[in-house]
Structure formats: structure tokens, C-alpha cells
Design a protein around this ligand. Structure first.
Ligand code: TXA
Ligand code: MG
Length: 355
């Protein structure tokens, strides 16, 4: 067991803490830090040994590549073989921000960082603590989400502590993150940009800047033979311990179905979790009822989803029912994560529920 140092930056940047974090990273250690999306587990991206330590700390398969975080536009040139014109336009529009782009990599980036691929994922995050830390570390920080592999990504420093204490050198606490789900990943290595993972930056937002942007086929297929281009998207992910069912259909039917499933499960002695919205919360009388946010702004749902999934674990839910969300805008990212958390178990409200 390592001693894990905690540095409190909830009230703002602490320069002594950044200096220490930067030193740990330069020397090959691991530092978890806040970004605008979720907490990241950082290691020096140009150090093959640091990448190996990240995989080990997370219990992550080493064929699942890491995102390299930068803090200046110039850094992009050094780690890529080629930056297409479309990528420059996307960078101008959305960096710093919650968008990751995939490029052909340069020699500088070791294959252990990219999971053996000849491409590299690059992100320029929009968070003062992240940017200060990356600068202090030398400019290139590999960072997956700072959770144990398979658990929901951390949106609070306490989530990182629960998963990784004793396995990493330092956690920087920046308070609750703003967005709450991981960055949009866009592949720029083909003839047209392809979204490999939906996020806060939506397809419509990308298309306004560069014209046609497509979606990786695996995103709207539950056929396991269709392999996602982002290796991490193939794993069952973001999963709570209890089985989770998504209930879809008209709002009234969804609420009635969840209420009756919850009562049935409770009558069998099960602890039931219900994930709903501000609009429906007071209609549920049974179980642990949590509103993730409001249907009028699904970014609020994105912000709270992972915290609620972790809470369901902590409270010992035996089964969880969640309302489905609209897939327009950020809703696509919300439903992508929720479907993965549920292992694609969907109940259609109105039909005979078999759960
Ligand atoms: O918002 C985020 O992106 C957060 C914060 C910490 O920046 N990071 C994050 O990293 O979500 P991670 O490792 O949990 O997810 C990275 C995803 C994985 O699905 C991985 O397979 C994919 O990016 N990826 C990384 N490099 C890739 C590459 N060269 N080609 C295709 N997919 C890649
Ligand atoms: Mg992750």
C-alpha cells in the first residue's frame, strides 16, 4: 500500500500542491486530478512505465489506450504525425473543452500509452487545476477516468479515494466536476470525422464547424459482433453492482411500470433503487428514489448520473429501475452511458414487464 496524499483545491489552485503533483508526475508517479468532465488518473504520457502503472492501479486491460492531456495548442504537433485541417477547425472551436480527438501518433508517444495502437487520443481540458498540473508535469499527461475499471467514472474526489486509495500517490480535490460524463471522442484518422463516444459536445455542434460527422456504427447496435473503434467502449462499463433496468415508453406508462415493478420487488424483500427526474420524483413511493435532474435540461442528468449509480451501490440496492431519456443533444451521451450501465437491459413500458 502506498500513502495517498490529498491536496484540497476546492477553494482554488494551491501552488505548493501543483508543484508537488508535477514533481510526482515527472518522477513517474500517479496523480488523480479534476477536469471539467470527470476526475482523471494522471501519469507522464511519454513514460512507458508510468502508463503501465496506470493500467495496474485501475485494473484496466492494457489494450485499452489512454488519452493524452495537453495544455497548449502547440503540444499537439509534437505527439501527432499529422493534424488534418478539420481537426484544426475543431480545436479552434472546442479546445480547451470536453472533446478528445484521435490522430496518427508521432514517435514521441510510447505504445504502452496507446495500447499498442499507432494512433493517439488527445484532449485539451478546460479546468484550471488540470491545466496547471499538466504544465508543471512537462506538458503531456496520460489520464483515463480515475475509477477502478468497470465502476462509474468519478465526479467527486471521494469517489477516487474509494476506488484508488493506497494505489496512487496523490489525489487533488477540486470539488464536484461540472459536466459529469466523459469527453466526446472524435476520430480524425479517416476520410470524415467519426464520433466514437458521445459526450457534451454533440454531433450537431461538431457538424456546425466541419460539416458531416458520422457516428461509430457500434454506438447504436447491441450486436456484439459490431466492434467499437474506441477499444474502451467494448467493455461492460460504468456498472453499478445491482442489476439495472431502463424503462422506456411514454412518461405516464414509464412511471406506472416502474412504480409497480418497485412495489413487486419490495414485496419480495428486495431493496429497490429508482432513478428518475425532478418531473416524476414525487410519484414514486417505494425504494431509494433519486432524481438525476430535469428533463428540460438533460445536462443536469449527465452531471449527477454517476454519483447516483455509486450511491445505489453504497446504499445496497438489490435492483435498480431507471427512466429512459431522450437521445437528442447531450441525451445521446446520457443514454449511451445508462445503456452500458444496464448491460442493455430495457423494459418497454406498456408491454408485460418481465423483470
Ligand atoms: O473526459 C474524459 O475523456 C476523461 C477525462 C479524465 O479526461 N478521460 C477518459 O478516459 O474518459 P478513459 O480512459 O476512461 O476513456 C478513454 C476512451 C477509451 O474508450 C479508449 O478506448 C478510447 O478513449 N481511446 C483512447 N485512445 C484511443 C485511440 N487511439 N483510438 C481509439 N480509441 C481510443
Ligand atoms: Mg473510463
Amino acid at each position: 500500500m502506498k500513502k495517498t496524499i490529498i491536496s484540497d483545491m476546492t477553494e482554488g489552485i494551491d501552488s505548493a500542491g501543483i508543484a508537488l503533483g508535477g514533481k510526482i508526475l515527472r518522477e513517474g508517479g500517479l496523480v488523480a486530478f479534476p477536469t471539467e468532465t470527470v476526475y482523471g488518473l494522471g501519469g507522464n504520457a511519454l513514460d512507458a512505465e508510468a502508463a503501465r502503472k496506470i493500467y495496474e492501479a485501475k485494473g484496466r486491460p492494457s489494450d485499452n489506450p489512454l488519452i493524452v492531456h495537453i495544455c497548449t495548442p502547440e503540444a499537439l504537433e509534437k505527439i501527432t504525425a499529422e493534424v488534418p485541417e478539420t481537426a484544426k477547425r475543431l480545436a479552434d472551436a472546442f479546445w480547451p473543452g470536453p472533446m478528445t480527438m484521435i490522430f496518427r501518433k508521432s514517435e514521441l508517444v510510447p505504445e504502452s500509452t496507446t495500447g499498442g495502437l499507432d494512433t493517439v487520443a488527445v484532449r485539451f481540458p478546460d479546468h484550471p487545476v488540470a491545466l496547471a498540473l499538466i504544465r508543471e508535469a512537462g506538458g503531456y499527461v496520460a489520464a483515463p477516468s480515475a475509477n477502478t475499471s468497470g465502476r462509474p467514472s468519478p465526479t467527486l474526489a471521494s469517489h477516487v479515494w474509494d476506488d484508488l486509495r493506497g494505489r496512487i500517490d496523490m489525489i487533488i480535490d477540486g470539488g464536484e466536476v461540472g459536466i459529469g460524463i466523459e469527453s466526446t471522442i472524435v476520430d480524425l484518422t479517416g476520410p470524415e470525422p467519426v464520433i466514437l463516444r458521445p459526450g457534451y459536445i454533440t454531433q450537431e455542434m461538431l457538424e456546425k464547424v466541419v460539416g458531416r460527422v458520422s457516428l461509430d456504427r457500434a454506438l447504436d447496435s447491441d450486436d456484439p459482433a459490431v466492434r467499437p473503434k474506441a477499444p474502451g467502449m467494448k467493455y461492460k462499463h460504468y456498472a453499478p453492482k445491482a442489476p439495472l433496468y431502463i424503462v422506456e415508453g411514454g412518461q405516464g406508462a414509464v412511471q406506472e411500470t416502474i412504480a409497480s415493478l418497485a412495489e413487486k420487488a419490495a414485496s419480495e424483500g428486495k431493496k429497490v433503487g429508482v432513478i428518475c427526474t425532478d418531473e416524476s420524483a414525487e410519484n414514486y413511493r417505494t425504494g431509494i428514489v433519486r432524481s438525476a435532474g430535469t428533463r428540460t435540461d438533460e445536462a443536469t442528468v449527465a452531471a449527477h448520473l454517476y454519483r447516483i449509480l455509486r450511491e445505489m451501490d453504497a446504499l445496497g440496492a438489490d435492483v435498480i429501475y431507471a427512466e429512459a431519456f431522450d437521445t437528442a443533444g447531450i441525451g445521446m451521451a446520457v443514454m449511451n452511458r445508462l445503456m452500458k450501465a444496464a448491460g442493455h437491459k430495457v423494459i418497454h413500458a406498456g408491454e408485460e414487464a418481465q423483470a
